[in-house]
Design a protein around this ligand. Structure first.
Ligand code: FAD
Ligand code: MLT
Ligand code: ZN
Length: 541
């Protein structure tokens, strides 16, 4: 009887949760256009030339200061090189304009800045092959670039590397409605692929906040994770094939569209996540799931991290096959979003909560899926795991929930200086690091935790009014040592780029790194592809 009474009161409170009207108006999913990807803040990068020719001290605020030496074996551009590229690509695709170069030399966070004097925009694989063949023979270093939304300084030059941007290779080659296999060029913007597939009744197996600018070639090259990995897995599973151009101009045609193919080494995997250090990805074949008719999104509040963790376990057990996202943000992240992003409203305005969880379900039966979600929420409330929550009633509300979670990186940029870490950790330990970091930093800076909880991926960010070495000394190497001690990864999804090239040993054994170095040497003997990135500088020189 007691239990029944409790249940009916819970039902009432759940009903009120479900029926709550959001005060916020709908938002266009952010980063819908290229321009919106550039945050408005002052340039905060500071790379100082030490006076030594050809070396840069990166006091780049995101990693302990390192001196990077320009590889003396690389040539510098001369007028004959420019003439060659103009003849190959046509005048319009050979860019030397200072303003345009400024943009492509600078990363999304404005932390890293190169001094390239040349941007090339090939339109075909053959052009990419000719560019690399020429650069290799001339020992001209190259940075492959997609949408330039990378967060680890991988997509911009360190010195004067030639930038090869794939944006003009943006054709969809084929789509097979029976198998759901999409074949396209590497420069297709993720959001355009999402829209194309939507019209066909399919979805991309990956989705991320930078969708309006990032390119599928960049996604593949970083092995981007994002918001749907918990359901559809990583790109190592979804990319069925790709075409890549090696440093010497050889084209590797691995653009298969087969689910099963065990003929020897599956070399495509070398290019998934190697951040442009082994070749330029020019085409991709990707398995896309059908779009299912019912989608529900709940925005929930939890009292403590332990409740978030238990909620995840329950969601996996009770929502099972319909669970398609499980994201979290802490009160500090929520506070930043509410204070720095225009038009964002708190869906649970009565009080601020320590943690917020965004759960998405996607299935094929509207009433069954909704019932399933409601039953899960009811039992979670009964068990005290959720303190408040709301389910989106329409697509606009759904977008406004996503806007909060996807808006955290933008809000952080607007708040000032940000030290960004992207870690894989056992879920039960994940938030201990945030707490430890708060203790270490005290009043020096704000520590923010959010991320893809369903994948054990913490985005640990430290926010301050300005960059300060005192802050950095408290963060590094502590954050890497802590991660390594708990057998985590210092890069869950963003890659190593320049920021963490020298930190690779925290997550990989010396023998493994040595083997990576041998693979790099084999595929790019002159080291022209994305130098100074991914592998430790001792191996690169
Ligand atoms: P770029 O930034 O241009 O390049 C990234 C790396 O890939 C560089 O090393 C570059 O040399 C290489 N590269 C690019 N194109 C090619 C190519 N065709 N061939 C070979 N190498 C190439 N990442 C996640 O994993 N999950 C997220 O949820 C996520 N959310 C984000 C949200 C925001 C707001 C922002 C700004 C970034 C986010 N990122 C996220 C990081 C970034 O968007 C991803 O790493 C994305 O995959 C990069 O794609 P891009 O086209 O912008 O590549
Ligand atoms: C995210 O999940 O929002 C992205 O990976 C970007 C970030 O870590 O800030
Ligand atoms: Zn992320």
């Amino acid at each position: 009887m007691e239990k029944l009474r409790a249940t009916s009161s819970l039902r009432r409170s759940l009903k009120s949760i479900l029926n709550r009207q959001l005060s916020s108006v709908s938002e266009i999913r952010y980063l819908n256009g290229k321009r919106s990807c550039q945050p408005t803040f002052n340039l905060i990068r500071d790379h100082k030339n030490l006076g030594e020719a050809n070396s840069i001290r990166y006091r780049c605020f995101s990693s302990v200061s390192t001196v990077v030496q320009r590889n003396p074996s690389f040539s510098t551009l001369n007028p004959d090189d420019i003439s060659y590229f103009k003849q190959l690509l046509g005048e319009k695709s050979v860019i030397q304009d200072e303003d345009r170069l400024e943009t492509v030399n600078t990363d999304w966070m404005h932390k890293y800045k190169g001094s390239s004097k040349l941007l090339l925009q090939p339109r075909t694989t053959e052009e990419v092959a000719q560019i690399l063949k020429y650069c290799n023979s001339r020992r001209l270093a190259v940075v492959p670039q997609g949408g330039n939304t990378g967060l680890v300084g991988g997509s911009v030059p360190v010195f004067d590397e030639v930038i090869v941007n794939l944006g003009s290779m943006n054709n969809i080659i084929s789509f097979d409605k029976v198998s759901g296999i999409l074949v396209c060029e590497a420069g297709c913007i993720l959001e355009n692929l999402i829209s194309f597939l939507d019209n066909q009744g399919f979805i991309m197996p990956l989705d991320l906040g930078a969708k309006g600018s990032c390119q599928i070639g960049g996604n593949v090259s970083t092995n981007a994770g994002g918001l749907r990995l918990v359901r559809y897995g990583s790109l190592h599973g979804n990319v069925l094939g790709l075409e890549a151009v090696l440093a010497n101009g050889d084209v590797l045609d691995m653009l298969g569209t087969l689910r099963k193919d065990n003929t020897g080494y599956d070399l495509k995997h070398l290019f998934i996540g190697s951040e442009g250090s082994l070749g330029i990805v020019t085409k991709v074949s990707i398995l896309t799931p059908p779009k299912l008719s019912s989608e529900n999104i709940a925005f929930l509040a939890c009292r403590d991290y332990s409740s978030c963790q238990k909620l995840l376990m329950e969601a996996k057990r009770k929502l099972g096959e319909v669970l398609s996202a499980f994201e979290f943000l802490d009160i500090q992240a929520m506070d930043l979003v509410l204070n720095h992003l225009d038009g964002v409203r708190n869906p649970l305005p009565a009080t601020m909560h320590n943690f917020y969880v965004l759960i998405e379900t996607t299935g094929s039966d509207e009433s069954y899926d909704r019932e399933k979600l409601e039953a899960f929420l009811l039992s979670s409330m009964e068990g005290g795991l959720i303190s408040d929550g709301v389910i989106a009633q329409d697509i606009n509300q759904a977008s406004s929930f996503w806007r909060i979670r996807e808006g955290v990186p933008e809000a952080l940029m607007k708040a000032g200086a940000v030290y960004k870490y992207d870690l894989s950790l056992p879920v039960e330990k994940l938030y201990d690091l945030v707490n430890d970091m708060r203790t270490r930093l005290g009043d020096l800076a704000r520590v923010i935790g959010y991320g893809h909880l369903g994948d054990g991926n913490l985005h640990l960010n430290v926010s301050a009014a300005q960059y300060d070495d005192k802050i950095l000394e408290q963060i590094e190497p502590y954050v890497y040592e802590w991660t390594s001690k708990h057998r985590g990864s210092i890069s869950a999804e963003h890659g190593l780029g320049l920021m963490k090239a020298n930190k690779i040993y925290y997550s990989k054994s010396p023998e493994t790194v040595k083997t990576m170095g041998s693979i790099k040497k084999l595929l790019d003997p002159n080291g022209i592809l994305n130098p100074y990135k991914v592998l430790p500088h001792s191996l690169n020189s």
